[in-house]
Write a protein that binds this ligand. Sequence first.
Ligand code: ZN
Ligand code: ZN
Length: 133
Amino acid sequence: MSQEGGCQCGAVRYQITGEAEHSAVCHCADCQASSGAPIVAWLAVKEDRLTLKQGAPATYHGKNGAERQFCPNCGTGLFYRNANILPGIVDIQSATLDDAAAAAPSIQIQCAERLPWVTGLNNLPEFERYPGP
Ligand SMILES: [Zn+2]
Ligand SMILES: [Zn+2]
């Protein structure tokens, strides 16, 4: 199995091979601060299963050993590593996969820091596009 992905502008491209270790949506405050979004979806793979095909992501060294990589041109968040808590693993922001729909998460993690309104999203009115006038 092989999957490819990349950033919004196309400068950084990557490929992963083999099976992922796990897939999760993360609600932690660190992901929120980094992404500017309420939730980040991750696909965890062993480090040797990730190959950078094109471009060079920039690195932000965050708290407690967190290392977050993103495209220096368009800012898309791509990879997370933390040798303290996830040795040998790279977490990939799964929405950057070309086929992001195939990387369905199986668990929710860090729910202690979940924004309280996230659990009510299913109850909000839905529109296929923007609501009409
Ligand atoms: Zn980019
Ligand atoms: Zn997180």
